[in-house]
Write a protein that binds this ligand. Structure first.
Ligand code: ADP
Ligand code: MG
Length: 725
């Protein structure tokens, strides 16, 4: 028991009961938890330079950041006028340098005591006296023996996230290092391997004990990288095992519906369309038909940029289901969108004897009751709705096909709730937010993917520009001029804070100002999130019938709205929107053969945005990206029309965590692997995992025992979705 990994952290040297409490507050209870509290950064002598080298770097025009270690020799607060600054003089072996702060002086004064060692990182400047200076640098305190070790033996120093709970108990960078070092020395040897030995051997990975030791206290960078590689591979491998299990379950275990494809109704439907399907639409349609004919249920993701014509394709799939005597349901993320689907689908299917029903949360009770009855009695063939479809009272009679529109708005739990309302229906998931390749191999890996790349022929590219706020007058004049040519305009502004009330107020104020001001000679409508759905519907209908030239709106118009003559969109405070949101908004226009315009209005100077943009993110440091995210997004919008390319940039800007709802994917979060740089490793892990599951789907073989145990221990929650599509 002494050496058990379940030992409370309080028994580790230098911890004790009080500090153990604060560890527990950040989720670290036992020794195992602590061993898996990995460093977030390392200080390594090979990346370090001396103060004399810094001078050289700067003289040679280097503009990046440097890290340099030194000892504080003196510090002073300097007053100038009413202001003050804090200046610290430091030295390393080759010379002297200084750090300067203009804010938070009191705090830095306490930290930078004479004789203490720090590693400081920042972009260096050279003062007019020829001194190297760092303004507001990042810094890490080092113990003096650490810094000697560091210089003498070239040791790599780990840095850990230091939450306030730990700081409150006087745990600083080097006491945490000391505590973790104690844990590693006394306990790491007891860790039990979690990855099959075959795979460890195949890739020459360090075993778990070695890897944990090296990730905390590596002797060399190579050793550290090997440890990282192991944890990344292991993480990806188990995610891919989950993916493979889900896929196996759907493809092999479940008996779905085998639809019969009748050519007649499809032909008839296609003949009613005023256009021909694009080649991509036909290709995708074929893939869907093949799926529907198979015994295993369809589980397909249909990707296509906004306006690429996914809805028509989904509609044909629904038609097939209905012709086979089944019900088909389509779930949309907003009431406006559901309503729009209802109107369009009703129109498109008017020559067919098909009953279409719309189910919304905000519907009148009597109407809703009636709809529910129709659904239950199989009187409704195609059912269109929102989240309201997930409610318990919604009982399908013979549901054969589930279509989910704009999937990133729904989590896996919601999806499976709808799917479970029937016995293994076919599932088609649509998204206009393109999914980067690495994501479709991981958290979307259990879905088959169809892509519509080609846009309908007559589409023109949308002219996108960035304008400062002081150009609004000219912009409104443009709207007025264009309205003479029959153009309609969306004017979008962002949600104000999180307050719906404020939001509403600003919507109304904005609307009143425009209506009585610049746009007084036009008809202006207003649409906002606080309206009831039938009010929204009414407004959209009137806009579609050209009663309004201009629609002032919040982001409620973001998804799917389809008004062919609305070909100008003005997005206010565009810097506040995310990239995929901007792209979605832009997708509201350019849906006809008219030239469309997207005007991004922002407080960011267009010239500045231009300058900050770099296609190649490899040249930008993380902090440069962080500082210029908004400018990069806006510039990306101007330069790039393809949603696929924008999504890759978005992935780089945001990180995969909050993109596309990976958090709701039913798979564990990525802790170690990086969806941008670890593509190769993802491919390898995927191949390995799929091979194992194909060979031994129940993981019964002796050599797979380890995998089974680790799944049961660490991935219980995620396994839940492996047997519910
Ligand atoms: P998505 O759902 O992919 O955003 P939609 O299905 O709403 O796109 O299609 C956008 C518009 O393009 C609709 O008005 C639709 O009728 C039209 N459309 C779809 N396919 C074609 C095509 N092959 N040629 C011309 N127009 C098309
Ligand atoms: Mg759509």
């Amino acid at each position: 028991m002494e050496n058990s990994l379940n030992t409370s952290v309080q028994y580790i040297k230098a911890v004790g009961p009080k500090r153990a409490e604060s560890f527990s507050q950040i989720g670290i209870n036992n020794v195992r938890d602590l061993l898996f509290y990995f460093p977030t950064r390392y200080l390594d002598r090979s990346t370090l330079i001396s103060s004399i080298q810094v001078l050289e770097y700067v003289r040679n025009g280097y503009e990046g950041e440097v890290t340099i270690v030194g000892e504080v020799i003196s510090s002073e607060v300097i007053r100038y006028g009413k202001k003050q600054l804090f200046k610290v003089k430091m030295k390393d072996k080759s010379g002297v340098f200084e750090c300067v702060w203009f804010q938070g002086i009191k705090y830095f004064k306490d930290s930078f005591q004479t004789g203490v060692f720090f590693a400081v990182s920042a972009k260096p400047v050279v003062t007019r006296y020829g001194h190297i200076q760092f303004v507001h640098p990042d810094f890490d305190k080092l113990a003096s023996n650490e810094s000697t070790d560091f210089f003498n033996t070239g040791k790599i120093i780990p840095f850990y996230r230091l939450p306030k709970e730990l700081k409150a108990k006087n745990i600083g960078d080097f006491s945490l290092r000391k505590i973790i070092n104690n844990a590693v020395e006394n306990f790491a040897d007891n860790l039990e391997e979690t990855l099959p030995f075959d795979l460890i051997n195949k890739y020459g990975l360090p075993d778990l004990v070695k890897a944990v030791k090296s990730i905390h206290f590596p002797d060399t960078i190579e050793e550290l990288n090997e440890a990282k590689r192991r944890f990344k591979y292991e993480e990806l491998f188990f995610i891919e095992i989950l993916v493979a299990l889900r896929k196996y379950f759907i493809k092999v275990i479940i008996n779905g519906i085998q639809f019969k494809i009748k050519a007649e109704p499809i032909k008839k439907f296609l003949n009613t369309l005023p256009f021909e399907l694009t080649r991509d639409q036909l290709k995708v349609l074929n893939e869907i038909r093949n799926d529907m004919e198979k015994k295993s249920p369809m589980n397909r993701l249909l990707q296509g940029d906004v306006g690429s014509g996914k809805t028509i394709v989904a509609l044909i799939a629904m038609l097939i289901a209905v012709e086979n005597g089944f019900q088909a349901v389509i779930m949309a993320p907003t009431e406006i969108l559901a309503n729009q689907h209802f109107i369009n689908i009703s129109r498109l299917l008017k020559d067919f004897n098909i009953n279409i029903s719309l189910l919304l949360g905000g519907q009148q009770n009597s109407k809703k009751k009636n709809n529910l009855k129709e659904i239950e009695l199989n009187k409704a063939d195609i059912i269109i709705g929102t989240h309201a479809l997930l409610e318990e009272g919604v009982i399908f009679n013979r549901l054969g096909l589930v279509v989910i529109d704009e999937q990133h708005r729904f989590g896996v739990a919601q999806r499976s709730r709808l799917i479970r309302k029937s016995n293994s229906p076919d599932v088609l998931i649509m998204t206009a937010t393109p999914i980067p390749r690495t994501l479709s191999m991981t958290v979307y890996g259990d879905l088959d993917v169809s892509i519509i790349k080609e846009m309908p022929k007559d589409r023109k590219t949308i002219k996108t520009v960035l304008r400062s706020e002081n150009k609004l007058k000219e912009i409104y004049q443009f709207v007025i001029d264009k309205s003479d040519e029959g153009y309609q305009t969306f004017i979008v502004y962002p949600l104000v804070e999180d307050s719906e009330k404020l939001d509403l107020k600003s919507a109304v104020t904005y609307y009143d100002n425009l209506r009585e001001g610049y746009l007084k000679n036009l008809n202006v409508g207003l649409l906002h999130g606080k309206m009831k759905w039938n009010e929204k519907e009414e407004i959209m209908k009137r806009f579609a019938q050209k009663e309004f030239d201009v629609l002032v709106s919040t982001t409620v118009i973001e998804v799917g709205i389809d008004i062919p003559d609305a070909n100008i969109i003005i997005i206010n405070e565009a810097q506040r929107f995310g990239l995929s949101q901007l792209h979605q908004l832009r997708g509201r226009v350019g849906r006809s053969s008219q030239q469309a315009y997207c005007i991004l209005v922002s407080n960011i100077d267009p010239k500045y945005a231009e300058k900050q943009f770099a296609f190649n993110f490899d040249f930008l440091s993380a902090s440069q990206i962080e500082k210029n995210k908004a400018a990069i997004r806006l510039n990306a919008m101007i330069r790039i029309e393809s949603g696929f390319e924008l999504s890759e940039i978005d992935l780089k800007l945001r990180g995969p965590g909050d993109i596309l709802g990976t958090k709701q994917s039913g798979y564990p979060d990525f802790k170690y692997a990086d969806l941008i740089s670890d593509t190769e490793l993802i491919i390898t892990a995927k191949e390995d995992a799929f091979k194992i599951i194909n060979d031994d789907p129940a993981l019964e073989k002796n050599e797979n025992k380890l995998i089974r145990e680790n799944l049961a221990h660490n991935y219980k929650e995620n396994l839940k979705y492996s047997n519910i599509a």
